[in-house]
Design a protein around this ligand. Structure first.
Ligand SMILES: NC(=O)c1ccc[n+]([C@@H]2O[C@H](COP(=O)([O-])OP(=O)(O)OC[C@H]3O[C@@H](n4cnc5c(N)ncnc54)[C@H](OP(=O)(O)O)[C@@H]3O)[C@@H](O)[C@H]2O)c1
Length: 334
């Protein structure tokens, strides 16, 4: 079986194809034949060496595949079941803790850019009905994050106003989930063609965040008093405007640090005089993933896949992600 491994110190030229024997599942474990993964910004940071990992780490936190064999004492799955990975393989339910969230797929543990691997039978969920492996592989990181921000923490309801920022994988899932909940959608992008696509998908107003540096104020005006939910993807580069965009008692999910937004300044009175709730979000638990799958099985939502690459094309896929041309998710199928 083939795997891709990262040679230290990382970098797209240090993603190496390796061959090894297929492993056998032990007690409580399953052997999975992985067929697809999808790209997240986190995977990009790991592959580039910007999040350092052990030598020979298998990258990619998302995986979807089929169970090939069961170890002893596995009763919840059958051979042939289609499953997808968890970003945090140890976070089953309840509040996060360091113990539950230190093991991270594709970072502190091996990920899923491998033809096969053995994992705990607890560390997967079923994929939504009718989904291909590529479609399922888009969900565990990006969709679960948007789901948690809007549904679990934000408690979204019909008629709420939602701001999604940019057109990456997580944000487009945010748009789709908001639409399924009957919410009104506001969006930002740096690209006029993408703005048209956002409108086609149901955004009622789209602002170009490069042309309008005070886009938060503009969204506040267009939404007549500010939005109820923001999925913030830029941290230091977007949070001040996300706060401007938010209305009284709104909820901001702090999700990302795009455009160099690791640090930044905000004006605190704007946060507290609007009684804004700010939640730091790092993906979610297995229980949240199961609930998200249950919702998708009812609402029929399908991911928007921009482009698909082959197993050995990870570097090309990341280069494409780097270009920022994509709208929605980028996948690898094998
Ligand atoms: N905390 C978590 O659990 C979690 C989970 C998933 C993702 N994330 C984070 O969320 C962010 C997005 O992730 P992703 O995987 O969806 O990335 P992605 O697919 O690579 O998204 C890239 C897109 O983001 C947009 N963008 C870049 N800078 C922006 C800015 N200053 N304002 C608004 N949009 C901007 C651009 O959209 P346009 O081309 O339309 O301008 C770009 O195409 C990343 O920071 C990632 O680390 C966090």
């Amino acid at each position: 079986m083939k795997s891709i491994k990262i040679k230290r110190p990382g970098g797209l030229e240090n993603l190496i194809v390796t061959e090894q024997d297929a492993p056998k599942p032990g007690k409580g474990e399953i052997l999975v034949r992985w067929h697809a993964t999808s790209l997240n910004f986190h995977d990009y940071l790991v592959a580039k060496g910007l999040i350092p990992v052990f030598d020979n780490r298998i990258p990619m936190s998302d995986g979807a595949g089929e169970i090939l064999a069961l170890g002893e004492n596995v009763s919840e799955w059958e051979v042939g079941d289609k499953v997808m990975s968890l970003f945090f393989p140890n976070w089953m339910d309840g509040l996060p803790s360091l113990k539950k969230t230190m093991p991270i797929s594709g970072e502190t543990l091996d990920g899923y850019l491998t033809e096969m691997s053995v994992i705990s039978a607890n560390s997967v969920t079923a994929i939504p009905k009718g989904y291909s492996f590529a479609e399922a592989a888009t969900l565990p990181c990006a969709c679960l994050t948007a789901w948690r921000g809007l549904v679990v923490e934000g408690k979204i309801k019909a008629g709420d106003k939602v701001l999604i920022e940019g057109t990456g994988g997580m944000s487009i899932f945010g748009l789709q989930l908001a639409k399924a909940a009957g919410a009104r959608i506001f969006a930002t992008t740096s690209n006029s063609e993408k703005a048209e696509r956002l409108k086609d998908l149901g955004a009622e107003a789209v602002v170009n965040y490069k042309e309008d540096p005070k886009w938060g104020k503009t969204i506040n005006r267009l939404s007549k008093g500010g939005v109820d939910h923001v999925l913030d993807v830029g941290g230091g580069s977007t949070m001040a405007q996300s706060i401007e965009a938010t209305g009284m008692c709104g909820h901001i999910s702090s999700i990302g640090i795009l455009s160099g937004g690791r640090k930044g300044e905000i004006t605190f009175p704007k946060l507290f005089f609007k009684h804004i709730r700010l939640t730091g979000i790092a993906v979610g638990s297995k229980k949240m993933q199961e609930e998200m799958v249950a919702a998708i099985n009812v609402n029929g939502m399908k991911p928007i896949i921009d482009k698909s690459f082959g197993f050995e094309e990870l570097a090309a896929a990341f280069a494409y992600q780097e270009s920022g041309k994509h709208f929605g998710k980028i996948v690898l199928e094998y």
